[in-house]
Write a new protein. Structure first.
Length: 366
């Protein structure tokens, strides 16, 4: 009799299946992204920001930007009214800003495989993304070593399980055990298989960017096209780095063009170590970053007006004694605040890095 009663209780409670279902549901509520309710932090007044913008326009007009090994890009700039001398493009003052403000969206939605996890980029919205481009991983058993595809998959899973991370990211680590010519396929597939959050695509070659687009078409199927507009939904955001100082190479231009043509978002992000790749001062570095970003963002709008695009930056410094890169110094934070203000004035979303330090190990001080 006791056994029968106990069995009945377990059956009414749902037993093993009910417990499994309960575990599968998150115990805490999560949001797809953050909508800020606090004011932004400004480090410069109107006069300071206007001076940096003036200096950036001077760089674009008098020094120019190289668009290397890409005749298509050079022809776009000729048609837009820029002065093209060889591979160096000189921009009439205000040209890039006019192009950007005419068509670049101030906000956009990056759609996720799970619609509940789609994120809003720009405006008062904040989206947290994992670190990008780590060549090494560290664990308790082996210490620091080069990353593998298994590590990559594990980091994608960790980002998926972390409520405070809204996005799956891109190259969360570099899986060196996979041949370069097919590595991007395994990486993008890992984001698609092990997470339903938004993700970033490959930019290491134009054809690999196109592979990302084709994979997205398979993943989203009929949902890839917005039925209201008839245009492609934005389902991936990818990182395009300027080859600072003042250069865009064919690889980055080709990847940016593929994504823009398919209405996929790009982060146009100069990568700068001040003192080596830019002036040593915060103001000088900020002016160069703005000049490079203006040229890259405007390029995406020439390829396809209205293509979603983000003003990005990564700036650190080098030791004037050893020449080694330094992280965790105050100057990169100042550059980040200034560039964020410049992006708001330009009217486009902004991407920044964060959490940088100079610690040698993952200790309490780090």
């Amino acid at each position: 009799m006791v056994d029968t009663v106990e069995h009945s209780k377990r059956r009414r409670a749902g037993g093993r299946e009910a417990r499994r279902a309960a575990r599968s549901q998150s115990a805490t509520s999560t949001v797809a992204y953050i909508t800020r309710q606090i004011p932004v932090f400004e480090v410069l007044n109107e006069e300071g920001l206007a001076l940096i913008e003036h200096n950036a326009d001077t760089i674009l007009e008098e020094i120019g930007i190289d668009f290397r090994d890409d005749p298509y890009a050079l022809q776009l700039w000729r048609d837009a009214g820029a002065d093209v001398q060889g591979e160096r493009v000189h921009f009439p003052r205000g040209l890039c800003r006019t192009i950007i403000q005419h068509s670049a969206p101030a906000e956009y939605t990056q759609h996720a495989r799970n619609p509940a996890r789609s994120v809003r980029i720009g405006g008062k919205h904040t989206v947290f993304v994992p670190a990008y481009g780590s060549p090494f991983i560290r664990n308790l058993d082996e210490g620091r070593r080069y990353a593998t595809l298994t590590d990559f998959q594990n980091f994608v899973k960790l980002a998926y399980l972390t409520p405070s991370i809204h996005h799956s990211g891109g190259t969360v680590c570099e899986p060196v055990d996979i041949p370069v010519n097919k590595r991007h396929l395994d990486m993008v597939y890992a984001h698609m298989r092990y997470s339903d959050k938004p993700f970033m695509g490959s930019v290491t070659a134009p054809e690999r960017a196109q592979d990302t687009v084709e994979l997205c078409k398979i993943l989203f199927g009929d949902d890839y096209i917005d039925p209201l507009t008839g245009q492609e939904k934005t389902v991936t955001t990818s990182l395009i780095n300027a080859n600072s100082p003042l250069v865009y190479d064919a690889t980055m231009l080709g990847a940016a063009r593929v994504y823009a043509q398919n209405n996929q978002a790009t982060v146009i992000s100069p990568f700068i170590l001040s003192g080596a790749m830019s002036p040593v001062t915060v103001a000088g570095t900020s002016a160069q970053i703005l000049a490079e970003a203006l040229a890259g963002i405007a390029f995406t709008q020439l390829v396809r007006p209205g293509a979603p695009v983000i003003f990005g930056t990564f700036a650190s410094s080098i030791s004037m004694q050893s020449g080694a890169p330094t992280f965790g110094s105050p100057e990169p934070a100042l550059v980040m605040y200034i560039c964020a203000a410049l992006a708001r004035r330009l009217g486009v979303p902004f991407r920044s890095g964060g959490g940088l330090c100079g610690s040698k190990i993952s200790d309490a001080q780090a």
